[in-house]
Design a protein around this ligand. Sequence first.
Ligand code: PFF
Length: 458
Amino acid sequence: MTDPAATRSRDSWATRAGFILAAVGSAVGLGNMWRFSYVAAEGGGAAFVLLYLVFVAVIGVPIMTSEFVVGRMSQESPVVAVQRLGGPKWAPLGWMFVFCGFGILSYYSVIAGWTMRYALDATRGIIGTDAGAYFQSVATGVPAIVTHVIFMALTIFIVVAGVKRGLERAALVLMPLLFLLLVALAIWAATLGGGAAGYGYYLRPQLGELLDPNVIRLAAGQAFFSLSLGMGAMMTYASYLTSKENLGREAATVALCDFGVAFVAGLVIFPVIFHFGLSSTIGLGGAISDNTVGTLFIALPAGLDSLGTLGRVVLSTFFIMLFFAALTSSISLLEVVVSAVIDGWGWSRKQAAIWFGVMIALAGLPAAFNLNFLDAADKFVGNFLLIVGGFFTAILVGYTIPAKADAELAQGMTDPALRKAWAFFVRYLSPVLLLIVIWFMLPTAWNALVTLLTLGRG
Ligand code: PFF
């Protein structure tokens, strides 16, 4: 039997920068702004932010390095990769990755659709002063479905046409611009009166909250979602890597960029929420409402509307850039599904992207009708399953193939002490911490699953 990997010509990154850019493109997206601000609001602010940073550093970077190692070593899509390295019993992990890509994209696209509508409506000045009411009017129902379907069609088109590289070149310009715009907005937010309370909420942790299981579970889930971990996306991208880069350094670079964007976004959102008295609209600090999930989409327009035309242009520009950031993430989500179907069932890229893209668009309809469904899908797939995926990735790399993984990492990371430290994090620290997080997540994950099943049927 011929080895398909030997006869197949596989894509690969031409440069190190191309790989990093794609990985940052996957990581930086709605998670950094939409999800970060709403989960930080839900998680009580500063304690959440600090724990999130800790999880990014002590679990995120080691697990991302592990995903890179598996990807580069196997040069295969995740479903094949985990079986080739760990044996057939690891197949369910690969299929769980695919399920996560499918599930996350289904509702991610609904939110990405909101960015399109906001980009258009901002310039027409129709978001108005009651941003909460506007959000409610476009977040669900027909308006949400229209933009969701358009966004999915774009994602499918890009994955089919293989114009990924073009998009990445666009991202090369747009992402630094997005970051600069955020920095400018953060400076503007700093000039708002009454912002001190916002900074206090965002930056001054209450020590007691650091041990709160709810805050811990939200912070860990956010770290995984934002870094695109626990579902093979980073594995897929690293499987296109042939050169012997230092994978630990690459993971740290991606994590730093990702954290930077989210952190600065918070420096914009929280002073705005407090200055414009939006705490109760959003449901800050306890009274979680339908609007909490729309924190970003309510706070930013409410704030910028006060600046008149200039504010509206800035708002529109912001959402255009966020739309592009979402697109570079959504193609990585679809890529996990498509690469598995191509490798596993022998489908063509076009067939796989269109059929599965359409199924994902259909699966997203309940989320486009009901924010509770969207929230439950995000809690179950976007939080819980990613953590479970991360746990098993650590077990695979740390216990099933530790020597091979070390040898692969050594190609590029030459310092044995650093590799020892990595092995310690992957074998001991990450699995233990992730088990604790899984335990803390069980009740919410269960409730979310029940919500999905009941609303999905109704
Ligand atoms: N990291 C992306 C974001 O923060 O928006 C979302 C995401 C992409 C999650 C790819 C998971 C993934 F595999």
